[in-house]
Design a binder for this molecule. Structure first.
Ligand SMILES: [Mg+2]
Length: 228
């Protein structure tokens, strides 16, 4: 168990069918007022704080910083209110559960996601993946706005929990966007890209991951890709 697999959530493990993105936009409107223009921005691979900053370009960054906790509370409240819809409409991608189970005997596994921690928990809980990941060894969008900073945060948490260090290619980052690949590579981690999000296999391959897979449905291929 000398390896730490850090799984992205949206587009990699699951989809909420747009419920979470809609809740996020509603929360932004609730906090900044209905008149504030929300800029269109791609959400995939970005931290929640990054999405908020990019969505509200007319607000001074210091004001956004001060109001992030208000936003988090509004977002969480809206998602809690949508829990039934989340359970009904969210889906785990093919092979995810089998891959997590297969890798659980060989490595520690935690989320590394741009979601704020409470939101990551709700999403994983609603699709039944919570028991397969150690959330206390993960890193989240409220730990840092810049995704590459999340890898050492997760590694430090895992080290404290398991009493051993995880560095370099003992850490594997799995995700569905170039941001995931970049954040793993910036930290010397092994990177596995999966084309179940908005990016095609070719687009992901162009960013130079160690391995890119079309999806996670072939458990043997996933285990080989992750463990190398
Ligand atoms: Mg993703």
């Amino acid at each position: 168990m000398d390896r730490l697999i850090l799984w992205d959530v949206d587009g990699t493990l699951l989809s909420t069918d747009g419920i979470a993105a809609e809740a996020m936009r509603a929360a932004m409107r609730e906090v900044v007022g209905p008149a504030a223009p929300l800029a269109r921005t791609a959400y995939a691979g970005k931290t929640d704080w990054q999405i908020i900053r990019e969505s509200l370009p007319t607000l001074p960054p210091e004001e956004i910083g001060e109001r992030l906790h208000e936003f988090a509370a509004a977002y969480l409240g809206r998602l809690e209110g949508q829990r039934e819809a989340l359970v009904a409409r969210s889906r785990v991608f093919p092979g995810v559960t089998a891959a997590l189970e297969a890798l659980g005997g060989a490595a520690r596994q935690a989320p590394l996601t741009g979601n704020i921690a409470v939101v990551a928990r709700i999403k994983l809980e609603c699709v039944g993946l919570l028991p397969l990941l150690d959330l206390a060894a993960g890193a989240y969008g409220d730990d840092h706005h810049h995704r590459p900073e999340l890898v050492p945060i997760a590694a430090a948490r895992a080290a404290r929990r398991y009493g051993q260090s995880f560095g370099g290619r003992q850490v594997i980052v799995v995700g569905d966007t170039p941001h995931d690949i970049d954040c793993g590579r910036a930290n010397g981690a092994r990177t596995v890209a999966v084309a179940t999000g908005p990016y095609s296999l070719d687009e992901l391959l162009a960013h130079g991951p160690d391995v890119a897979l079309p999806d996670l449905s072939d458990t043997g291929a996933v285990v080989a890709a992750v463990l190398g």
